[in-house]
Design a binder for this molecule. Structure first.
Ligand code: NAG
Ligand code: NAG
Ligand code: NAG
Ligand code: NAG
Ligand code: NAG
Ligand code: NAG
Length: 405
């Protein structure tokens, strides 16, 4: 039994018109980079005989006062949204300067003179920023991969670019979204960021910190010239390492201090010697070359050495020697007789011919010091008696006699 004719007609009319309402989005999921411009491609159909009255996009699939809110009237979107479609079948829309907050579903809504339709399936927009992913601790020689990460796989084909300290890296060592640093060097330390070619968004900087053992360890001495006793002297251990090294100071074979700066506030001659510093961190250690501190000082412990008792016989002499300790040791000596202002001699040794108290004064370029006085006593008198005994075969015998009193 066939159905009554009016029902068939009704089914046909409804079927034809229902099939004609559609909205399709291609693609239906978009992953876009922050600050970029997104084009949401869209086509729509409606039954023939209808005339389009209104077309707009919405992000709220819930009616408000009987209609969906029009996105182009939303102040957050109005400046950035541009309808590129038409009033026949193209409902493409463009959204520029997308922000993370724009991540949402969007729907196309249109009304004809007879009815209304919304593309319920919607298009999903995910907006992502870029983050550099890098290992926290890296040691020189390690192989390091930095990754430019986005929260979703970018819909548009992306060529990644890398920056180090805000300068684009020209040396191409990247693959897809990774920067490959094989056998990392300490020069690779720096701030890294990444971007996608053709886009303004740049990831935040990430610090790559390459650790390495101490290198080029050296000592500088201040002041750099001649060091004189009493001076303040600073030794500075210069060492390149990451993390910063622990410094210790070694004089001879013993540790005499620690810290990068070794201060000697009032240097004495005892501080003369060979110094070096040792720089150590968890990756290794290194010694500096040896530096020599040669502390200069004026003469001291000046004294006179007297040859014998200091008692001489008139007409003879006694040698006085001036000894002292000084640096540099090349000295000038002056000899004085006590209570006389002008020098009676110079040079390290002095021959005294007369009684008196003598002292020496030693000088170098840093100062002078005098010795205590020593006493020279001339005793007696030399009397020479000539006794001639008659010549034997022309020869004479001479007897010399020495008399002291
Ligand atoms: C719709 O319009 C956009 C923008 O003008 C254009 O790029 C796109 O090709 C059009 N789509 C179709 C199916 O005509
Ligand atoms: C070393 O001496 C210098 C100058 O006299 C001073 O500025 C510095 O603070 C001293 N450093 C130490 C560690 O004593
Ligand atoms: C030199 O003199 C100092 C005091 O000024 C003294 O301590 C030291 O022992 C002396 N040295 C010699 C070798 O006599
Ligand atoms: C004095 O010194 C000289 C040389 O140093 C030495 O030959 C001589 O024996 C010394 N005289 C006395 C009395 O010590
Ligand atoms: C030098 O003078 C002092 C006093 O000024 C005196 O005590 C001393 O005896 C004098 N020495 C000599 C060797 O004349
Ligand atoms: C040593 O003596 C010479 C000549 O007397 C003089 O020219 C020189 O400056 C003196 N040197 C020192 C360190 O006193």
């Amino acid at each position: 039994m066939a159905p009554p004719l009016p029902l068939i007609v009704l089914l046909m009319i409804h079927g034809v018109s229902g099939a004609d309402w559609s909205v399709s989005y291609s693609p239906s999921h978009i992953c876009a980079l922050k600050d970029s411009t997104v084009i949401m491609r869209c086509t729509y159909t409606y039954p023939t005989g209808h005339q389009i009255m209104e077309v707009f996009w919405t992000k709220t699939p819930v009616k408000d006062n009987g209609e969906y809110p029009d996105l182009s009237k939303d102040p957050e979107y109005s400046q950035r949204l541009q309808y590129l479609g038409d009033k026949q079948q193209n409902c493409t829309v463009r959204l520029s300067h997308v922000t993370l907050k724009d991540s949402h579903m969007y729907y196309f809504r249109f009304t004809t003179d007879k009815d209304k339709w919304i593309g319920k399936s919607g298009v999903t927009l995910t907006v992502t920023d870029l983050q550099v992913e890098s290992p926290e601790r890296v040691t020189e020689g390690d192989s390091v991969n930095l990754r430019c990460k986005s929260s979703c796989a970018l819909t548009d084909r992306a060529t990644f670019i890398w920056y180090k300290n805000s300068q684009p890296l020209t040396e191409r060592r990247d693959r897809n979204n990774e920067l490959l640093l094989q056998s990392v060097r300490r020069e690779d330390s720096g701030r890294y960021s990444c971007a996608v070619d053709g886009h303004t968004h740049i990831s935040p900087d990430v610090q790559l910190n390459v650790m390495y053992p101490p290198r080029s360890v050296s000592v500088s001495i201040s002041p750099s010239g001649v060091i004189v006793e009493g001076d303040s002297v600073t030794l500075n251990c210069i060492s390149d390492s990451n993390p910063p090294a622990e410094i210790s100071w070694i004089k001879g074979g013993t540790i005499v201090g620690s810290g990068r700066i070794f201060n000697i506030s009032k240097i004495s001659s005892d501080d003369s010697g060979e110094y070096k510093c040792k720089s150590i961190n968890e990756h290794g250690e290194k010694y500096s070359d040896t530096v020599t501190l040669n502390v200069m000082y004026p003469p001291r412990n000046v004294s006179v050495l007297i040859n014998g008792s200091g008692v001489i016989v008139e007409g003879d002499s006694v040698t006085l020697n001036c000894i002292s300790d000084s640096n540099p040791p090349d000295l000038n000596f002056s000899w004085f007789k006590e209570n006389e202002t002008s020098a009676v001699g110079s040079g390290q040794s002095f021959s005294a011919l007369q009684s008196g108290r003598f002292y020496c004064q030693a000088h170098n370029q840093h100062g002078s010091q005098r010795s205590d006085a020593v006493t020279v006593t001339v005793k007696g008198r030399l009397v020479i008696l000539y006794i001639s005994i008659g010549g034997v075969c022309g020869a004479a015998v001479i007897i010399t006699m020495l008399v002291i009193w």
